[in-house]
Design a protein around this ligand. Sequence first.
Ligand code: GTQ
Length: 329
Amino acid sequence: MATNQNEPNATPGSASREEVKAAYLQRLPSKNLAPLWTVMGAMVPPRPAPKAAVALWRYDDEARPCCSKRARLSTRTRPSAASLCSLRAPYTTDTLYAGLQLILPGETAPAHRHTAFALRFIVEGERGFTAVGGKKVYMSRGDVILTPSWQWHDHGHEGDGPMIWLDGLDLPLYQAFPTNFAEMYSESRYPSEPSDEDALLKIPWSQVQAALDAQPGDHAIYHYTLPSYTAERVRAGTASAPVREACSFVYHCFEGAGRTRLRLADGVSKEEVEWRRGDTFAVPAWTEVVHEADAGEAGGASYLFAVNDLPLLRNLGMYKREGDDGMGR
Ligand code: GTQ
């Protein structure tokens, strides 16, 4: 039986399928009209397909020297720009931006406000401050400082040595929703009063660690009041159970050392990130995560802080976790 073995060039002189398709596309009246099949796979994929990749920023030999060098090269004249190392702008994961910001004694990051939400996790230094909406809070290692949407904020430093923190912002969202307004204040500082005990603006590490240590088990998670950030404890020599969620994360190692084993969104590829105190790493959406803490001589635990996009996904009805509703299995 004659078959179309050579299809798409089945009959001499007849056009191949590809040629027919190409001719069809050419005949379409406008560039703004295209057949759906060419983009369908990307728009409606069989599983989440993050564009962001796993990445690690080592503190001691990479991130800290980079920030210090920037600080020496420039004086701070623009908000959050002079001594800031972005962890892959414009986005660190598809929905999260993270940056490391360094401020030297006497410097000011001038007052401004924006629609975007920001939080800081303090990595190094004492007596730096953030003033938010007229309230001035001092920052110490491990503290979380919040900058809610549209609040005037500025930073300064009254202590010695550099002050370094991790910024987490929802900036990538504004690529899809172009609604991020930003404004400079007329003066370099917005008037503020000391307000160190403001529990809505500052969550000290001591409180977080006490809550983590009071939880039973090898692996504990602390949920801050806003669900966009968490802290985790992994007991030395143990590992967390695998979790795969629609969320993406920027993790920061507060204390300890270990590795995070990752199975990527394609379900097959694997990566491993080795971390120690000060290191930051990005985990894209729908990546299976297992944290493993080194045994450590003192037998202490490892502590990880993480920024995530959970509230956004929840509010938009997009949150999924592998195993729920038969999802992903
Ligand atoms: O706190 O205003 O790391 O606007 C990047 C952009 C921090 C901030 C960043 C920003 C900020």
